[in-house]
Design a protein around this ligand. Structure first.
Ligand code: GLC
Ligand code: MG
Length: 542
């Protein structure tokens, strides 16, 4: 039976370590701070935490530029702090997933310093060095995600090196077997320390074209997309050879029992699912971001879910992500009422959900004054709304100075203006809060096998309503979400006579018996237990 592996039943919670809890009073979150807050996560009911990078780093991209894969940056603490955090997590039954960033290192990494020294360096080929084009310019037209050419000229050697992100994040050359071996060793370092898996950063970027062909122009450049979208990344990402690497990474992870390999992959569904790999020997969970950028429209959502379910390879386990440190927050995208529906959807669809810290209390994007901007994306490409600081602000714990995040007088990013009311302490005590809803949803997911390992079946529904079934033998749950603002009349599927409302996003709705014809309020979502005709208990009259 499927569903034995822990990560199939798990709810994953993403922590951005700079912003979760500051223990040492420097205004920046740290590992000791996370350890202090694990009891909260245990109460919330999540099963696993994924922590964004905390390795030694010059912090040009806030930890996604790694200088030492085997140590903790002093800002975040020490390896001893990590071990203490891991031990505490283990004691609480929480799995621990690390962020692994294999595509690029920091330009301060000893490997790159050595590589840069001269074209004759033993590590030259660990990175991607090329001679200039005939006109002396960059070797190809490839663009960096954070703006400008992806090639940086090195005066000393007269060559360019490639960087898909910042120039301080040179790409490793994954065609070099020594690079592969060194990176797999770095993974083993953490596996030996007991981590339960990795979220692999930009997995689909790892290999670039060996013929260095120019990328074609993008005729359908989406509005408000980053500057790199001017080209189609045909030769810089999602190359066929990437799957060999993913397979090797999987083998590294599989040498240890019960570990999970997750890939960050921004691709359309048909390409995304190829990352499960031939014979499912690739990523266990290629992150599915299809709902993050999607219009909040019932037809669109139904199509996304249906296409994804259809595209999954046999035995491939689904997953859903609705928010992360790179995208605007759900509550800002959708508004307070629909954000509750988003949580219902995330936690009732078939597949492992990943919840971004703060979304469980409906934190919103925080406006960042110009003098407080930290994100290099915003600094390089200002004013387009691409900056990621707004969704990375400190967790709002309580109505206290700095929302209880730090004892410092100032946090690295501003605290939300509404933190005195939108915070964990206030919402834990409030039956109608987002936190209470998310807590209940997670508990329901745990109690109902249909919600974790059950089948998914779409149901026809009026415009603006998403309706589906989750089902294990003998138990069927109906989930209905009204994305519209006005109430909708609905009826239970034809073969069910009796139904019980288990949960509603509307705190006013009474739980319990639900009539076969019922009304769903504007912006309301419900989870209903259906008593099937064949399994319904005999009625007293019979
Ligand atoms: C991933 C990370 C993002 C980072 C980039 C470069 O997309 O999620 O935060 O800036 O990779 O490492
Ligand atoms: Mg700190």
């Amino acid at each position: 039976m499927s569903g034995q592996e822990w990560w199939k039943r798990a709810v994953i919670y993403q922590i951005y370590p700079r912003s979760f809890q500051d223990a040492d009073g420097d205004g920046i979150g740290d590992l000791a701070g996370i350890a202090q807050r694990l009891d909260y996560l245990s109460w919330l009911g999540v099963d696993a935490i994924w922590i964004s990078p905390f390795y030694t780093s010059p912090m040009k991209d806030f930890g996604y530029d790694i200088q030492d894969y085997r140590d903790v940056d002093p800002i975040f603490g020490t390896l001893a702090d990590f071990d203490a955090l891991a031990a505490r997590a283990r004691a609480l039954g929480l799995k621990l997933i690390l962020d692994f960033v294999p595509n690029h290192t920091s330009d301060r990494h000893p490997w790159f310093l050595e590589s840069r020294q001269s074209p004759a360096s033993a590590k030259r080929d660990w990175y991607i060095w090329r001679d200039p084009a005939a006109d002396g310019g960059p070797p190809t037209n490839w663009l960096a995600e954070f703006g400008g050419s992806a090639w940086e000229y090195d005066e000393a050697s007269g060559q360019y090196y490639y960087h898909a992100f910042l120039k301080e994040q040179p790409d490793l050359n994954w065609r070099n077997p020594e690079v592969r071996a060194a990176m797999y060793d770095a993974m083993r370092f953490w596996l030996e320390r007991g981590v339960d898996g990795f979220r692999v950063d930009v997995m689909w970027h790892l290999i670039k074209d060996d013929q260095f062909r120019d990328n074609p122009p993008n005729p359908a450049r989406p509005p408000n997309a980053g500057p790199a979208n001017a080209l189609i990344p045909l030769y810089t990402a999602d190359r066929p050879e990437v799957h060999d690497i993913v397979r090797e990474m999987r083998a590294v992870v599989d040498a240890y029992p019960e570990r999970v390999l997750i890939g960050e992959i921004w691709l359309p569904t048909d390409r995304l699912v190829t990352y499960y790999g031939h014979d499912l020997r690739g990523a266990h969970l290629p992150f599915n971001f299809q709902l993050i950028g999607a219009a909040w429209d019932a037809g669109v959502i139904k199509e996304i879910v249906g296409d994804y379910e259809k595209a999954l390879p046999r035995g491939g386990w689904p997953n859903w992500v609705m928010g992360n440190h790179d995208k605007g927050r759900i509550a800002s995208r959708l508004g307070p009422r629909q954000a509750r529906l988003a949580m219902l959807l995330l936690l009732t669809l078939r597949g492992t959900p990943t919840l971004y810290y703060g979304d469980e209390i409906a934190m919103r994007d925080v406006p960042i004054p110009p003098d407080r901007v930290c994100d290099p994306y915003e600094k390089n490409v200002p004013g387009l709304g691409l900056g990621r600081d707004p969704q990375r602000t400190p967790m709002q714990w309580e109505d206290a100075p700095q929302a209880g995040f730090t004892r410092a007088s100032r946090s690295w990013l501003p605290i939300a203006a509404d933190a005195s009311t939108v915070n964990v302490a206030a919402q834990r005590a409030a039956p109608a809060s987002m936190l209470t809803l998310v807590h209940r949803l997670i508990a329901l997911r745990k109690a109902e096998a249909a919600l974790t390992i059950g089948d998914y079946g779409a149901l026809d529904a009026p415009e603006r309503v998403v309706m589906f079934l989750r089902r294990v033998p003998g138990r069927r749950l109906l989930i209905a979400l009204n994305l519209g603002e006005s109430a909708q009349s609905l009826s239970l599927p034809g073969d069910s006579r009796q139904a019980t409302t288990l949960l509603s996003t509307d705190p006013e709705r009474p739980l319990g018996d639900l009539a076969p014809a019922f009304t769903l309020g504007g912006g309301e979502g419900i989870v209903v237990l259906l008593a099937d005709r064949e399994t319904a208990p005999p009625s007293p009259a019979a």
